[in-house]
Write a protein that binds this ligand. Structure first.
Ligand code: ATP
Length: 236
């Protein structure tokens, strides 16, 4: 079943059209990547889905039209956005950040067991549970951003550049944990990632954006095998 569907999506910042025609689908429980050069419109695509940028075209989630909804309304439908720059709250502790992630939920037992799950998925956060967000390393902040999204109990998680600025081994362990989350939870994933090698460890298919248009979609294996993709995104 299709969970998220974009067809010919357009979006602008004021007079500047940034997305001209973006089309992609995320199946329920699937994981889809968005690849593209700097400025191609990857972040804007996620922001259009989240309701932070207005869009035209088809934008449906679980059969519902998302256009015109505010970010809080989109979140309430089950879409969690882990933004570029992570967005962890620096004055709150790790535990408080996790609780903020669950602000729409009322099931106290479920919230407590999901906090336990997050700390099992990211043991480093357990060690830092009383630390303020501002005291965390970049990797720990990224783990917390993902964990906070888990706390919202989403059906779709959108990840923007989760590896940015992290040491390679830290980036790999973050992606390993996200892969485990995907297997165990069935949460669908839409993943923007500069490091295509890392993205391909997680996603089933990916769409390539060029100047606001989706120009190519394929399975991870197909895309890995294409010379132009290798040259542009895989460093070889
Ligand atoms: P990056 O990897 O550099 O973040 P991206 O593919 O995510 O690239 P976007 O961030 O979506 O690209 O940006 C697409 C285009 O929109 C770029 O040309 C960018 O300069 C422009 N843009 C982004 N945010 C704004 C804004 N708030 N106002 C005006 N233009 C913007």
């Amino acid at each position: 079943m299709t969970l998220l569907e974009l067809v010919d999506l357009t979006a602008s910042y004021g007079p500047i059209q940034v997305l001209e025609s973006v089309s992609l689908t995320v199946p329920d429980g699937g994981a889809v990547g968005i690849l593209g050069a700097n400025g191609a419109g990857k972040t804007t695509t996620l922001r259009a889905i989240s309701g932070a940028v207005r869009s035209t075209g088809t934008l449906r989630f679980d059969g519902k039209d998302l256009r015109g909804l505010r970010p809080d309304q989109v979140a309430a439908l089950g879409i969690a956005h882990v933004p570029e720059g992570r967005g962890t709250l620096s004055d709150l502790t790790v535990r408080e950040n996790l609780k903020v992630g669950a602000y729409l939920r009322k099931d106290r037992k479920g919230i407590a067991s999901d906090i336990d799950y997050c700390l099992d998925l990211f043991p480093q956060l357990q060690e830092r549970i009383r630390s303020n967000g501002s005291a965390l390393s970049g990797g720990e902040q990224q783990m917390l951003a993902v964990a906070r999204a888990i706390m919202a109990k989403p059906r779709l998680m959108m990840l923007d550049e989760a590896s940015l600025g992290l040491a390679p081994s830290t980036a790999r362990s973050v992606y390993d944990a996200i892969g485990r989350l995907r297997r165990e939870s069935g949460i669908a994933m839409l993943v923007v990632e500069q490091n295509a090698n890392l993205a391909f460890t997680l996603v089933d298919t990916a769409t390539v954006l060029e100047t606001g248009r989706s120009v190519l979609t394929g399975t991870s294996a197909e895309l890995r095998g294409m010379d132009e993709i290798r040259r542009a995104y895989l460093g070889g």
